[in-house]
Design a protein around this ligand. Structure first.
Ligand code: SF4
Ligand code: ZN
Length: 420
């Protein structure tokens, strides 16, 4: 008994036409995530008899409980799915759909993914009767419609109490980590096939991610395995295998097969890019990247900033400004979007000197990656690299960063000039 959905059961118009909508501050009624509260998404596979299809539960306050003026809520979205053809490998693919599926509702905006999601709902949508539970309804209805070939049951739990969201987020982060680490022992050299991702073209039309084992998608939600699984589910979908073909530059990371694919998929806008460089024709960047790196010429290195850090940075731009300027799908030498996990992947800006070029990161990102940064530092002969990387508690301007680098003897100081 399969659910066949023709229409999404919510009190709002629904469709791709509403995807790019913004909710202006004056229309805003309720906001979840976006740096002010936590908003975390997770899709989890379960056994068929453990869940009830179309059961949608809001644990905690609903929109009605916010009163006349609206306000903010934390949100934890847990989607449980089951099906005879379902596999744990498919969880990240379903999870990444939450972004566009929620965005399709008129008057509801969704940005980001994983534990950096951000949902805004305007007053007109709330006046029409929109509730938190409808986020669950959208996911139930659309998962059946789009992924009916792999799943039979969808249950959604929406947590809106802070302590529950916190617990959900901790659990989700452990799951993300396990997913990320699946590619840890793989190298780009060990495979002939990379995968494309064009999911973000609705916002950044010329943007094409090519995902290799050592360069995860810049949203952090898709690695090489995930794209491979996505292609299995949907062979004509946004993740296509790319035969990397002839090596054009092994150091900067450029292949003929990838260039040819990107040229076509970007509708002739992008002729080529390098996987391992920020200085020379870097990969294109779209607005949902987890981090944006920037060259700091006076420091002979690079900095990176993640979405959750809202303060100033030594490149003179905050994350939101960087994302606004770089996130349109172009290749911008000196800047590149990347996932958090990519920082500690071995090919991270390898063509420009690699992780030893990292001179500044927000403290919270250093802490989040602490274990892995120490491990990578050891591999590179600098076990104390993490302590040599400057952060906002030390300096937020290039001169101050440089002073710190010289004081601690950061390896970037004695490397070749980063820009010729
Ligand atoms: Fe795909 Fe890249 Fe967008 Fe992630 S950022 S969804 S990998 S196109
Ligand atoms: Zn994107």
């Amino acid at each position: 008994l399969k659910t066949i959905v023709t229409k999404v059961d919510i009190p709002l118009s629904y469709g791709a036409a509403f995807e790019g909508e913004r909710i202006r501050k004056d229309d805003l009624f309720v906001e979840m995530g976006g740096g002010k509260t936590q908003c975390t998404e997770l899709v989890e596979m379960t056994e068929m008899d453990e869940i009830e299809d179309n059961k949608i539960t809001v644990v905690g306050p609903e929109i009605d409980d916010l009163g006349e003026k609206g306000g903010r809520l934390p949100l934890g979205i847990l989607v449980k799915v089951a099906g005879r053809k379902m596999q744990p490998d498919f969880e990240p693919i379903l999870e990444r759909q939450i972004h566009h599926l929620v965005n399709y509702a008129q008057g509801v905006m969704h940005i980001g993914q994983r534990d950096i999601a951000w949902i805004r709902t305007g007053r007109p949508a709330v006046d029409k009767g929109f509730k938190i539970k409808h986020i669950g309804q959208i996911l139930h209805d659309m998962f059946h419609k789009d992924f009916g070939n792999i799943l039979d049951k969808v249950e959604v739990i929406l947590y809106t109490k802070e302590e529950d969201v916190k617990k959900h987020t901790e659990n989700a982060r452990a799951v993300y980590k396990t997913r990320d680490e699946r590619v840890e022992s793989m190298t780009d050299e060990s495979v002939e096939i990379y995968y494309s991702c064009t999911l973000c073209q609705s916002f950044a039309p010329s943007h094409v991610c090519v995902v290799s084992p050592e360069r995860t998608g810049l949203c952090g939600a898709y690695n090489w395995f995930d794209c491979k699984a996505s292609y299995e589910i949907n062979p004509t979908g946004p993740n296509q295998p790319i035969e990397k073909g002839e090596v054009i530059d092994p150091v900067l990371g450029q292949w003929k097969g990838c260039n040819d694919f990107v040229f076509k998929a970007s509708r002739q806008k992008i002729t080529h890019y390098n996987f391992y460089s920020i200085v020379n024709d870097p990969m294109t960047t779209c607005g949902c990247c987890e981090c944006i790196a920037a060259v700091l010429p006076a420091c002979n290195g690079v900095m990176t900033v993640h979405r959750d850090y809202t303060g100033e940075t030594p490149c003179g731009m905050k994350f939101t400004t960087l994302a606004g300027v770089m996130g349109g799908g172009q290749s911008s030498p000196g800047f590149v979007g990347h996932s958090k996990y990519n920082v500690i992947q071995r090919k991270f800006i390898a063509g420009d000197g690699g992780l030893l070029r990292m001179v500044w990161m927000p403290k919270s990102l250093k802490e989040e990656l602490r274990e892995q940064l120490i491990r990578r530092g050891e591999e590179l002969g600098h076990p104390d690299l993490i302590d040599k990387i400057c952060d906002e508690t030390i300096a937020i301007d290039e001169a101050g960063v440089m002073e710190h680098l010289e004081k601690v003897g950061h390896p970037a100081v004695s490397m070749d000039p980063i820009v010729g």
